[in-house]
Design a protein around this ligand. Structure first.
Ligand code: XIL
Length: 393
């Protein structure tokens, strides 16, 4: 069973239908606001990217190569998003599968696509424990790659990749997922890089990346660092570390909160706003880098939520993240981790879960999409002024 009934609003006329569902009270607008809203909802700016542009925010998505081979996906990608993050194509394991043998084909394709469609690129990611080439991890494990060789291999990797795309990457996720999920949280001593080379390799990576492309914005990126873990322990640890790095003059320009949420856990939008604000107060740019909201589903193909309330929690949590982003002027981009449920990483990584993106398995927009559109519409144009009635105020 496909779950199209709930989303009868989908399809080419989706935006118009969704707008008509806005309660009548909201339609009581002054002439000026009415024309602003209607030009937004009927014109080309009635898109996530178009509305966000009006307030200087960019809305992005992770992209995998198959997205570009599916015309229905490509149409959404061009229309709705102004930033592209290669989902896997820039990871070390993808670009250098055999030592010294590079494969830039997917990364090049995505960067070229973005540039052809007025989109910026978030580079992802240079220093991470996952998706490393096997030759590298095997060599470290069996001792054929020494510490000093590992250091120079990393240096070479960063200069090669950042250098290749110099001037074409807006934000680079230089370092990814270094903090533990414990309370208190700390840099994970068992992380591949930290256990091999010490925690000093993280600031070193930022210095190399800065040298390789002085104009790219360099980000530290992690999950659960803005109110998602209940205790805020991870956010506290990352905040303290960022402050220390900045005091030491490390060229870090921003912090990315991935934003992978799950409706089965608690989540506080207020806490997220406060945490994003706190990063911003360090003088850093802030980004939501991998937003998705997963929930339990019937199966990985249809991805129909099994809990009726999840159908409301999913768009609610997306919207709360967007509202947090909108409240903090240092937030420069809001990126989702893929936009179609059929292509999401969630069913493959979280048993029994899915329904995590803005579009369903048939590439029809879901309530979460319309909620983000409404949030951005309000942000771009403000709420319409009340119309005075009779002698009232
Ligand atoms: C995921 C990709 O989406 C999957 O296709 C891949 O198999 C594993 O990695 N945090 C990150 C991303 O920083 O790079 C991860 O992407 C999702 C979690």
């Amino acid at each position: 069973m496909k779950r199209r009934s709930f989303l009868a609003m989908g399809g080419a006329t989706g935006v118009a239908v969704a707008m008509s569902q806005i309660p009548a009270a909201r339609a009581a607008v002054t002439e000026a606001a009415q024309s602003a809203v209607s030009s937004a909802s009927s014109g080309s700016s009635a898109t996530l990217r178009g509305l966000a542009e009006k307030i200087g925010l960019r809305v992005g998505t992770a992209v995998i190569p198959t997205d570009l081979n599916t015309p229905a996906y490509t149409a959404i990608l061009e229309e709705q998003f102004s930033v592209v993050t290669p989902g896997n194509a820039m990871k070390w394991g993808s670009v250098e599968p055999t030592q010294g043998v590079f494969d830039w084909s997917d990364a090049d394709t995505l960067v070229n696509f973005a540039e052809a469609h007025g989109q910026l690129v978030r580079g992802h990611t240079l220093l991470w424990h996952n998706q490393l080439p096997t030759w590298l991890t095997t060599g470290v494990a069996n001792g054929t790659i020494s510490k000093s060789q590992l250091t120079s291999l990393l240096e070479q990797h960063i200069f090669t990749e950042v250098g290749r795309y110099k001037g074409r990457i807006w934000q680079w996720d230089v370092a990814n997922e270094f903090f533990t999920d414990a309370n208190p949280s700390q840099i994970n001593p068992n992380d591949f890089w930290v256990s091999s080379l010490g925690a000093g390799i993280i600031p070193q990576a930022f210095k190399w990346a800065h040298e390789a492309d002085p104009h790219a914005l360099l980000f530290y990126n992690d999950y659960n660092i803005a109110g998602e873990d209940g205790t805020n322990a991870k956010s506290d640890a990352v905040y303290a570390w960022l402050q220390q790095m900045l005091d030491q003059g490390v060229p870090i320009n921003g912090v990315g909160n991935q934003g992978h949420l799950d409706t089965q856990y608690g989540f506080s939008g207020n806490q997220m706003t406060a945490d994003l604000q706190r990063y911003g107060s360090l003088g850093l740019k802030v980004a939501i880098t991998e937003a998705d909201v997963r929930t339990f589903v019937n199966n990985a193909t249809d991805q129909v939520p099994t809990d009726n309330l999840a159908v409301f929690a999913q768009p609610y949590e997306f919207s709360q993240m967007m509202l947090a982003a909108l409240a903090v002027p240092e937030v420069i981009s809001f990126t989702v981790w893929g936009f179609v449920d059929a292509d999401s990483w969630v069913p493959g990584f979280f048993t029994g879960e899915g329904y995590a993106t803005l579009y369903d398995v048939n590439a029809q927009p879901k309530l979460a999409f319309y909620n983000l559109l409404e949030d951005l519409q309000l942000a771009a144009f403000g709420a319409p002024r009340r119309v005075p009635s009779g002698g009232g105020f």
